[in-house]
Design a protein around this ligand. Structure first.
Ligand code: AMP
Length: 216
């Protein structure tokens, strides 16, 4: 199955993606995670991406398009993909049409997660992530068993540099200006399922499953 998951920062894309890949045998490809890994490993790409990311700005389209094209050639994408955080601009969406055609895996469905700003701000500022295994926590809604320590691997949890209310505002503006047109682009193709993601993870996943059931 070839799925895109879209939504503003804090909408729960990571959490929904974890649940989706448990049920469907496809890789979760998050461009944000790929970039953060490059930043951690101080690759050429990571050094370039870091300043954009810390400012909540988008990394240039050509850099991202090449990174995604390369990733989708990997053997684990033969059954499909769950792309998270890409395409984020119309330029990326148009480039992706060609990439998807080249690999013979056109987009089948787009999950668009919607949440109000106040809920996003609460989620974003309380979010803690494990820099080692990628597990996601929230200080109130999903605390780790021991404060500040990952339940899965024991690493010390961190707060992402861009998980502040100020950066959220920048990222929301970016989302409105750059990413909403991408949803319109897929809506015109009849591929979008709108998901009310302001509810808890179970209730949100129930809607996701219903949407995916239509393409499975
Ligand atoms: P995310 O984890 O999806 O919120 O992404 C974190 C940051 O990585 C974003 O604020 C951007 O700076 C960068 N990024 C991730 N995906 C993309 C993309 N498709 N296009 C441009 N920048 C991206």
């Amino acid at each position: 199955m070839n799925i895109l998951i879209m939504g503003p920062a804090g909408a729960g894309k990571g959490t929904m993606s974890d649940l989706i890949i448990k049920e469907f045998d496809i890789p979760h490809i998050s461009t944000g995670d790929m970039l953060r890994e490059n930043v951690r490993n101080q690759t050429e790409l990571g050094v370039l991406a870091k300043s954009y990311m810390n400012a909540g700005k988008l990394v240039p389209d050509d850099v991202i398009n090449a990174m995604v094209e390369d990733r989708l050639q990997q053997p684990d994408c033969q059954k499909g993909y769950l792309l998270d955080g890409f395409p984020r601009t119309l330029v990326q969406a148009e480039a992706f049409e060609k990439i998807a055609e080249k690999i013979g895996r056109p987009v089948e469905t787009v999950l668009a997660l919607n949440v109000d700003f106040d809920i996003l701000a609460e989620r974003i500022t309380g979010r803690r992530i494990c820099p080692k295994c990628g597990a996601i926590y929230h200080i109130k809604n999903k605390p780790s068993r021991t404060e500040g320590i990952c339940d899965e691997c024991g690493a010390e949890l961190i707060q992402r540099k861009d998980d502040t209310v100020e950066q959220l505002k920048v990222r929301m503006d970016e989302y409105e200006n750059s990413t909403k047109p991408v949803i319109d682009f897929y809506e015109a193709k009849g591929l979008v399922s709108k998901i009310d993601a302001s509810q808890n993870a179970n209730a949100t996943f129930a809607q996701v499953k219903e949407a995916l059931g239509k393409v499975a």
